[in-house]
Write a protein that binds this ligand. Structure first.
Ligand code: PLP
Length: 436
């Protein structure tokens, strides 16, 4: 029977009166898929319960951070202990140093790291650092990649490569994005042309190595190699936005996945978030010492934060990283994700629904398309009405996916084989309803 959503509806109505759109981050409003957002009452392991006490298997995990699942005992203990010792000091703590050391040990392309409170802040500062370190202004980004909502990054492609981007949000003056060049993801010819035209002025190229903000699209190995080579040749900095992929697709993040194909591969600046904070407001950016020494108080690139390196958030991040470092953690998580992905594909095939799906580590993405897309234009060819049918069919059966077709999914260590079987069986039911 379709679960009642009345208490969620009542909360949404109340929320709309005091919070714009009823939500504190737009995608939570279910605008793309329609229907009533679920208000979360509590969560445990792989599940959360909504206002009606309806249980859902959670494949969002706070949009990535909850890699251990909700309420992991070691995390709870560390956070509770840290909270009793103090919430925020505005002065350095040993735990910040420990977390920095831990992050650097996992992602060796960075020799120094600065902790901040959100991925937006980290991405915004990474751009400022690239500009400050090179003395140049222009930035390359790719259509479909999201790097947070800093003004200079809320931009879509202009009319040609000689022109720069257009703002994607009201309130961003065109002058603010005039230095941001937006290219098609995985398009080698455009990349070559952009460097040929603007190479000497480019401070940095920012990319999601596996783009989780157009569901799940990998940069090809060849494209990654050329991004690296062209940045090096032209003196621009390669910025890897690993806010989503960091410690999620592999312990060493997406850069370690590409380094298997491109010996010695490293980005110049890495932006991290989500998993490294374990669900608390914490993010980071890091690079080699020579680049990071441009930051205040050592250098002239300014950046600061009242809550940066927050003691409760760092406790949460630290214990999360120590758990995911345990032998076999990523092998198990990857196998689990793979079994979900294989199960969903087999279910779609059995019902004759065109479907493609991919995963790496604990992150996955699927498309109601026969082939995996390689750029934003192809992703947007997905049929949103059919996606919404799948989304709501699964929601009614207690499976919670991202409420938009351009968002990735996440599996946690708390998901059991039974959860995955339940999900696949629910999906098969919905695919049957969707079959042509
Ligand atoms: N970069 C990427 C790749 C992201 O996925 C996100 C958020 O989803 C951000 C940056 C922004 O992070 P935050 O939402 O913590 O500001």
């Amino acid at each position: 029977m379709k679960p009642s959503t009345d208490l969620n509806e009542a909360l949404m109505e109340r929320a709309r009166r005091v919070i714009p759109g009823g939500v504190n981050s737009p995608v939570r409003a279910f605008k793309a898929v329609g229907g009533t957002p679920r208000f979360v009452k509590r969560a445990q392991g792989a599940y959360f319960w909504d206002a009606n006490d309806q249980r859902y298997i959670d494949y969002i995990g706070s949009w990535g951070p909850m890699i251990l699942g909700h309420g992991h005992p070691a995390v709870l203990e560390a956070v509770q202990k840290a909270a009793t010792e103090g919430f925020s000091f505005g002065a350095p703590t040993e735990r910040e140093v420990e977390l920095a050391e831990e992050i650097l040990s996992l992602v060796p392309s960075m020799e120094m790291v600065r902790l901040v409170s959100s991925g937006t802040e980290a991405g915004m500062t990474a751009i400022r650092l690239a500009r400050g370190a090179t003395g140049r202004s222009k930035i390359i980004k790719f259509e479909g990649c999201y790097h947070g909502h800093a003004d200079a990054l809320l931009v879509k492609a202009g009319s040609g490569l000689a022109t720069f981007g257009n703002p994607t949000s009201a309130g961003v003056p065109p002058e603010v994005v005039q230095h941001t060049l937006v290219l098609e993801y995985n398009n080698l010819a455009q990349l070559e042309e952009a460097f040929a035209l603007h190479g000497k002025e480019i401070a940095g190229l920012i990319i999601e190595p596996i783009a989780g903000n157009m569901n799940f699209v990998r940069a090809t190995v060849e494209f990654t190699r050329r991004c690296r080579e062209l940045c090096t040749e032209h003196g621009a900095l390669l910025i890897y936005d690993e806010v989503m992929t960091g410690c999620r697709v592999a312990l060493g993040s997406a850069q370690s996945v590409y380094a298997k194909h491109i010996p010695g591969f490293e980005p110049d600046i890495t932006v991290m978030g989500k998993v490294i904070g374990g669900g608390m407001p914490l993010a980071a950016f890091g690079a080699k010492r020579t680049v990071m020494e441009h930051l205040a108080p050592l250098g002239s690139v300014y950046q600061a934060g009242t809550l940066s390196g927050n003691p409760v958030a760092t406790a949460c991040g630290l214990v999360t990283l120590r758990e995911i470092k345990k032998p076999g953690f990523f092998e198990d998580l990857s196998l689990k994700t793979r079994s979900l992905v294989d199960g969903l594909k087999a279910a779609a095939d059995a019902e004759g629904v065109p479907f493609s799906i991919d995963c790496e580590g604990g992150m996955f993405g699927f498309f109601l398309l026969p082939e995996l897309p390689s750029n934003y234009t192809q992703v947007m060819k997905s049929d949103s009405a059919r996606f919404n049918q799948l989304f709501h069919g699964l929601l009614d059966r207690g499976v919670y996916l991202a409420p938009a077709l351009y968002e990735a999914g996440f599996v946690s260590a708390a998901h059991t084989d039974a959860d995955i079987s339940e999900t696949v069986a629910a999906a098969r039911d919905v695919f049957r309803e969707m079959a042509p």
